[in-house]
Design a protein around this ligand. Sequence first.
Ligand code: C5P
Length: 241
Amino acid sequence: MSASGGRASAPEVIVALDYPEPEAAYELVRQLPAGTWYKVGLELFTRAGPGLVRRLVDEGRHVFLDLKLHDIPNTVAGATRSAAAMGVDLLTVHASGGEEMLRAAVDAARVGSESSAGPTRLLAITVLTSLEDASLAAVMGPGSGVEQAVGRLAGLARESGVDGVVSSVAECRAVKLACGPDFLVVTPGIRLAGQGAQDQKRVATPAVAKLAGADFLVVGRTITKSADPAAALERVRSELA
Ligand code: C5P
């Protein structure tokens, strides 16, 4: 299932509101069409809080709340319930919190969504892209390769009832093959052809992400740093049509 409910449709674009201040975030939101999807991450949420999220939702915008929750099941369930009650469309939790925590989050998302306009779908973080084999082994012990860990954690998330994962375009096809076409894949690291990668290591164009089967593309600086953000969003969308 894709963002709009059918595999045949184009992936949805999520604009990353990577700003420290709500005013700057809103300046961008004002320039983009109603109905656009936005990612609110830890930096902006810690500064602006649920008020900003509710305002976006009330205005009919879709919100991906990237809080990367990771705690004991009861605590994650409580935070998930609150996020779902705000009406966010997507919320992240760490798969490494384990099956009990993931199942608690799945139940809480369902309960929290009962008082909002639509369901909150859960995405699992597998291995942070800032980790590589050596740094993961330093945390988890020898023999814990990134690729193996991503596969294991995506499978655990799927079995626990989580709706999908965040992954790079490079892993998208393997996740779809292992977890099934309905398991959502959200891919950051998107660049238009000819654009520099900046600090991203593995980037892909919107068209390549679509071919790999991505359901959602998270796009930050390509749109937020553009002189004409609405035109930049349209250019990304036109590559997906
Ligand atoms: O500016 P850019 O398009 O690179 O921004 C990508 C967005 O996706 C940022 O908000 C970044 O934090 C997020 N992200 C990422 N890589 C991940 C997970 C999230 O770049 N693995």
